[in-house]
Design a binder for this molecule. Structure first.
Ligand SMILES: [Zn+2]
Length: 90
């Protein structure tokens, strides 16, 4: 998904602006892998193969997302994921 489109997205829960952390960008400048995070509710929305995963919590499966998030650990700025939210490691 291209950065311009991504920048138009807002959090589906509180409509707050999302911050994009690109992890892998294609030569065309599209974000292939990365995540969006909400400054309001701290939810994290992974971008997988260019598609942001923005389903409600009850339709998300942490077990499916965990391997991806583990792989991205270096990009999570020392934070960890709990209930799809980016929180400070305790
Ligand atoms: Zn939010």
């Amino acid at each position: 998904m291209n950065i311009e489109t991504i920048n138009k997205l807002c959090c589906p829960f509180d409509r707050a602006d999302l911050t994009l952390t690109p992890i892998h960008t294609t030569v065309a400048g599209n974000v292939d892998e990365g995540y969006l995070s909400c400054g309001q509710c701290d939810r994290i929305y992974p971008i997988v193969r260019g598609i942001p995963i923005m389903s409600p919590d009850e339709y998300r499966e942490f077990e499916l997302e965990k391997p991806l998030l583990d792989r991205w650990k270096a990009h999570l700025k020392g934070k960890t994921i709990e209930h799809f939210r980016l929180v400070d490691e305790t």
